[in-house]
Design a protein. Structure first.
Length: 790
C-alpha cells in the first residue's frame, strides 16, 4: 500500500465489506490504485445518487420527517397536505394510524394561504407533501399512493430543494437516470399547482419563497431523453411542463411584489413575516441585540415580541425583507446582496426569465403548432413591462396585452413570448450591461444605479443566449480574467468582496468560494458562443480541483470549494457539506457530483487522461499551447491591415517586443521607443508594439484609431500589431512564448502596460524589463545584442 490514495481506497473497501457483513474480502491491487477519475465517476453513478435519493410516502416518512432545523418545543413529525388533495390526506392519515410509533400529525395547507398563516405555523413546522403516483386498491377502496423519488443535496437533507434539484438533474441525465430527473419536474409542477411556486424547499417555513427558476430548461432536457417510442405521451408531458412554467412565470416572477414597475426588472422579493425560523439560533443575535437592549429584554424575549407583533420595527422589517430575498436568490449569503437584495434587479434572474421566455416561445412554435391552451385559471400579467425604457414593438400582429387577462380566455402563441424575451433583453442592455467594464451587473431599483459588485453571474446571459456576440466577446476578453483562478471560477472578485475582519467575516458566496452552478453555466455559455476551448479549460480546472481533493482527502466531494487555494477548507458560514464522513464517502454533495459528471462531457479524452494523472491545469495548458512552438521564429503576428509578420523573417535581427496602451501613464515611452527604433533600425533592431486593453481599459480605441493616435501624438513609425491580450487564456501566442522564458515580479504574468522583452539574433529571450524601465535605459543591452555575431 503506497500513498494516501491507496490507503484511503483500502479503508473504503473495508467499510463496504463491513456494511455487507463480510469477514474476509479479496482485493485486486488494481482496484486500490484505480484511476481516480474512473473511480469517482463510478461512485457517483452507482452509489452517491442512490444514497441521496428520497421519497415521501408511508415507507419513508420516519426519515423524511426528521428536521434538524426544528428548534421549537413541538418536535412531533408533521406532514402538510394541500387542501385540494383530500385523497392524499386520507392516505397519510391511514399511515399515521397504522404506525402509531411515528406520532405523525397530518395537517392541511389551505389553498389560499398567506404570510400570516405561514408564520403561525412556525412553532409546528413540517414537511410538505409532494407529487405521488396513485395506486388502485380495488373497487370501492380509497386509492393507495406511492412517493415519486427525488434527490436531495446532501446526506443531512430530506427536502426537495429548487435550484439544487436542477443541477442535480443535469448530473442524473448525464448518468442516464432519466426517470429520476423526470420525477423532479413532476414535483415542481405539483408545487406550482398547490403551493403557487417552486419552493425553496418543501418545508412549511419555505412556503412564501422560491429560488432561481430553471423549470423550462430542465423540462426540455428531460424531454430530449424520453423514450422515442412514445412521442404522444412525451408531448403531453412537455405540454404540462410548459403550462406549469407559464403559470409560475406570471404568478411568481412577474407579479407586482417582485416586478419593479419602472424598470420592468424582476427581483428576489418574497413575502413573509417575522424572523426566518430555519436559521441557526444565534444567526441574527448581532442584528437583534441593540433593539433588545433598548427595551431592556433578552434577545430571545425580543424575538418573541417581534414575531408576535407586540413590537413594531420598520428597520427590522426592511432587514428581513432583504434577508428573505437573499435566501430566495440561492446566494445566501454574500456582500453582493447585503441589506439590498430585495431592491436589486439581478442579472441572474433577468437571464433566467429570458431563457424561460425563449424556451416557452420555442416550445409553442415547434411542438404545439404555435398555439397552446392553458387549463389552470390564473391571471396573465400585462405586457410590455417597464415604463422608463420606451417599448419598441417587434411584431405588429401582436394583440393588445397591456391589461391583466384570464389564463383560460386566450391561447398562448410564440409571438408573445418572443416579444417578452426581446423586451427583457432591451431592459438588460439598458440597466444591467456595463459597456466600459465589459460585464453585466445588478441594478438597484431604489437607488437608480448599477451595483459595483463584480459577480461571476455575468456569464449567465451567455448561458441563456441573451448576450449579443459583441457582449460575449467583451465578457471573454475583459471579465473572464477577473474570475478565472487555479480551480475554476470564483463567485466574485476579491475587490468586490472587500476586506475581511472579525466584524466583517467571510460569506460563503464571495471570493474565494467557487460553486458548481457557476461553473456549469459558464461552461454551457462559453460553448454556446463558440468559446469551446475556454469551456474545456474552465471545466478541467474545476475537475482537477475536485479530483485532487478526492485523492488527497479520502474521497471528499464538498458542497463548495476555495478555488484559489484549490481545496475544501472554506472559512465561512454554515460549514461545508460533504466533508463530514467516516472511512468512505457515501453521498458526496448533489450539485458537486453533477458538476463532475457534466464536466467530463466538456473535456477531451486527452484531458481526461491528464486529469487521471492529476496533471495541474497550468502545466497541462502550457504544454499543450507550446508543444508545437519550438522556436521564436515559428511565431507570427497580424497587423491591423491583415498582413502578417512572419518571425522567421526576423532571424539575425534583435527584436524588442512591447505591450502598449494609448491612455497609460507610461505613454511617454512611445517617444523613447521610437527613438530606439530610429537609432538602431539600420543596425538590425526591430521594435514591435502590441496594443492591449487589459490593464485599466487604457487602450479602448480600435486598431486603426490606435495607430493614428500613436503616430500623431508620439511620431511612432515602428509596427503596431492588432490589439489583443497579453495575460490569460486569450493571450497572444507571442506573449505565451515570451513570458515563461523571462519571468518578472509576478512570475510569468505581465504586471502592466509597457513591459518589454529583448530577443537576440538567435531567437533567445535575453531580458525582460518592467513597465517603469524607460527605453533609453535599455539602449546598452540593445547595443550589446547587436554587436554579437549570429
Amino acid at each position: 500500500i503506497r500513498g494516501t490514495y491507496m490507503l484511503s481506497n483500502l479503508l473504503q473497501e473495508l467499510a463496504l465489506a463491513r456494511d455487507h457483513g463480510q469477514k474476509q474480502i479479496v482485493l485486486d491491487e488494481a482496484r486500490l490504485n484505480e484511476n481516480p477519475v474512473s473511480r469517482l465517476t463510478r461512485m457517483i453513478r452507482n452509489s452517491f445518487w442512490s444514497n441521496l435519493t428520497r421519497r415521501i410516502d408511508g415507507d419513508a416518512l420516519e426519515k423524511i420527517c426528521a428536521d434538524p432545523k426544528n428548534r421549537g418545543s413541538n418536535r412531533a413529525p408533521r406532514i402538510y397536505v394541500p387542501e385540494a388533495e383530500p385523497g392524499m390526506r386520507k392516505y397519510y392519515e391511514r399511515i399515521a394510524a397504522a404506525k402509531p410509533h411515528l406520532g405523525l400529525i397530518v395537517d392541511t395547507v389551505p389553498t389560499n394561504f398567506d404570510a400570516k398563516w405561514v408564520k403561525d405555523q412556525n412553532d409546528k413546522p413540517g414537511i410538505l407533501a409532494l407529487a405521488m403516483k396513485e395506486v388502485s386498491r380495488g373497487e370501492g377502496q380509497d386509492p393507495d399512493y406511492q412517493g415519486i423519488p427525488f434527490v436531495v443535496p446532501g446526506a443531512r437533507f430530506n427536502e426537495l430543494y429548487n435550484w439544487d434539484s436542477y443541477f442535480i438533474s443535469l448530473g442524473l441525465l448525464a448518468d442516464g437516470h432519466v426517470e429520476l430527473a423526470k420525477g423532479i419536474v413532476e414535483h415542481f409542477l405539483f408545487e406550482i399547482k398547490h403551493y403557487r411556486k417552486i419552493l425553496n424547499g418543501n418545508r412549511s417555513y419555505y412556503l412564501m419563497r422560491s429560488q432561481p427558476p430553471f423549470l423550462t430548461d430542465l423540462a426540455l432536457q428531460v424531454f430530449a431523453q424520453l423514450d422515442p417510442e412514445t412521442p404522444e405521451e412525451n408531448k403531453a408531458w412537455l405540454k404540462r411542463a410548459i403550462q406549469g412554467a407559464i403559470e409560475e412565470y406570471h404568478i411568481v416572477w412577474q407579479e407586482e411584489r417582485r416586478l419593479d414597475p419602472v424598470t420592468g426588472l424582476s427581483r428576489y422579493r418574497p413575502d413573509g413575516l417575522g424572523i426566518p425560523p430555519e436559521t441557526e439560533a444565534s444567526h441574527f443575535t448581532a442584528v437583534l441585540q441593540p433593539y433588545a437592549e433598548e427595551l431592556g429584554v433578552s434577545v430571545n424575549e425580543y424575538t418573541e415580541m417581534y414575531n408576535s407583533g407586540e413590537v413594531k420595527n420598520e428597520k427590522l422589517d426592511e432587514y428581513f425583507l432583504h434577508d428573505r430575498g437573499v435566501r430566495e436568490s440561492g446566494h445566501d449569503t454574500t456582500y453582493r446582496f447585503e441589506k439590498r437584495c430585495a431592491d436589486l434587479g439581478t442579472i441572474d434572474l433577468c437571464s433566467l426569465l429570458y431563457k424561460i421566455e425563449i424556451d416557452i416561445a420555442t416550445s409553442i412554435r415547434e411542438h404545439f403548432d404555435d398555439s397552446l391552451e392553458l387549463d389552470h385559471e390564473f391571471t396573465l400579467t400585462p405586457f410590455p413591462f417597464g415604463t422608463e425604457v420606451p417599448y419598441k414593438p417587434t411584431d405588429p400582429s401582436l394583440p393588445d396585452l397591456s391589461q391583466p387577462r384570464s389564463s383560460t380566455a386566450s391561447k398562448q402563441t410564440s409571438a408573445e413570448w418572443f416579444a417578452r424575451a426581446a423586451r427583457r433583453k432591451d431592459l438588460a442592455d439598458h440597466y444591467l450591461w456595463h459597456e466600459g467594464r465589459g460585464l453585466y451587473t445588478d441594478y438597484d431599483c431604489k437607488k437608480k444605479k448599477q451595483s459595483l459588485y463584480e459577480s461571476v453571474t455575468t456569464f449567465w446571459p451567455m448561458w441563456a443566449g441573451m448576450a449579443s456576440e459583441q457582449q460575449a466577446e467583451k465578457i471573454m476578453r475583459y471579465s473572464l480574467i477577473k474570475f478565472e483562478v487555479a480551480g475554476g471560477l470564483v463567485s466574485g472578485t476579491e475587490s468586490s468582496r472587500g476586506r475581511i475582519s472579525l466584524q466583517r467575516p467571510n460569506r460563503q458566496w464571495d471570493y474565494p468560494a467557487a460553486w458548481s452552478p457557476h461553473q456549469i453555466m459558464a461552461w454551457v455559455g462559453c460553448s454556446k458562443y463558440g468559446y469551446a476551448h475556454e469551456a474545456q479549460r474552465l471545466a478541467y480546472r474545476w475537475l482537477h480541483m475536485i479530483t485532487v481533493g478526492f485523492v488527497e482527502a479520502g474521497g471528499c466531494i464538498p458542497e463548495k470549494l476555495d478555488a484559489v487555494a484549490g481545496n475544501a477548507n472554506i472559512d465561512a458560514e454554515y460549514g461545508n457539506q460533504g466533508t463530514d464522513f467516516h472511512l468512505i464517502p457515501r453521498e458526496g454533495f448533489g450539485w458537486t457530483n453533477a458538476s463532475y459528471q457534466v464536466g467530463l462531457t466538456f473535456i477531451t479524452q486527452l484531458q481526461r487522461r491528464a486529469l487521471g494523472a492529476l496533471t495541474p491545469p497550468d502545466v497541462f495548458f502550457r504544454a499543450g499551447r507550446m508543444a508545437s512552438v519550438a522556436s521564436f521564429y515559428e511565431l507570427e503576428a497580424e497587423k491591423p491591415s491583415g498582413d502578417k509578420i512572419k518571425f522567421d523573417d526576423l532571424k539575425g535581427k534583435v527584436v524588442l517586443v512591447v505591450n502598449t496602451a494609448t491612455k497609460c501613464g507610461f505613454t511617454y515611452q512611445f517617444t523613447g521607443l521610437e527613438e530606439l527604433n530610429k537609432k538602431y533600425k539600420d543596425q538590425g533592431l526591430v521594435v514591435l508594439g502590441f496594443p492591449s486593453d487589459q490593464f485599466g481599459h487604457q487602450n479602448p480605441e480600435d486598431d486603426e484609431t490606435t495607430g493614428s493616435v500613436c503616430q500623431r501624438n508620439h511620431g511612432v513609425t515602428f509596427p503596431l500589431l492588432k490589439k489583443g491580450d497579453v495575460n490569460g487564456s486569450n493571450a497572444h501566442p507571442v506573449f505565451q512564448y515570451l513570458k515563461p522564458k523571462a519571468k518578472g515580479i509576478l512570475g510569468e504574468r505581465i504586471a502592466w502596460n509597457f513591459t518589454k522583452f529583448l530577443v537576440d539574433k538567435r531567437g533567445n529571450v535575453i531580458h525582460r524589463y518592467a513597465p517603469i524601465t524607460k527605453p533609453d535605459a535599455i539602449a546598452a543591452d540593445i547595443e550589446k545584442a547587436l554587436a554579437e555575431s549570429v
